[in-house]
Design a protein around this ligand. Sequence first.
Ligand code: ZN
Length: 185
Amino acid sequence: MILMKDIVRDGDPVLRQEAAKVSFPLSEEDQKLADNLMEYLKVSQDPDLCKKYGLRAGVGLAAPQVGASKMMAAVLVPSEEGTKSPFTDVIINPVIISHSVQSGALTEGEGCLSVDKEVPGFVPRHDRITLRYQDTTGETHKVRLKNYPAIVCQHEIDHLHGILFYDHINHDNPYEVDEGTIMFE
Ligand SMILES: [Zn+2]
């Protein structure tokens, strides 16, 4: 099971690398990695287990964050009070094939299991994306996501390209976003 000690922190070069494409059928090692990434998210979202294992709750975890430079990330966005549309899968070789012109950002900014300090500021992203990825069986999916799950996936896909969320924050005006940017929780 992945614990906080297994999560690579900012400053490690693996977080700044371009990850390698994953081939199918998945190797035993890659299947295990996929399972472990998703397991971390599930356990971390259970308040009792999260506390028991000393985890930070997460909705996404990318392979490079556990030191594996591979194009794979787990996403677990549960449906919550009907405000957030759910999206759960291990996304492999994901590509954003199209996106809205409109930007979106979280009112609370973003956090990352690999970044221990809080970095204040809005992180502008695409409000809506069409995502193509393969699941662990190799089946290709094309999904349209908006708002919160779209932001989470963009954050995770960034990890596969060596990008961290704070790279997107406007350093001169951290709370400045383009006109028309949708802000949501
Ligand atoms: Zn992250």
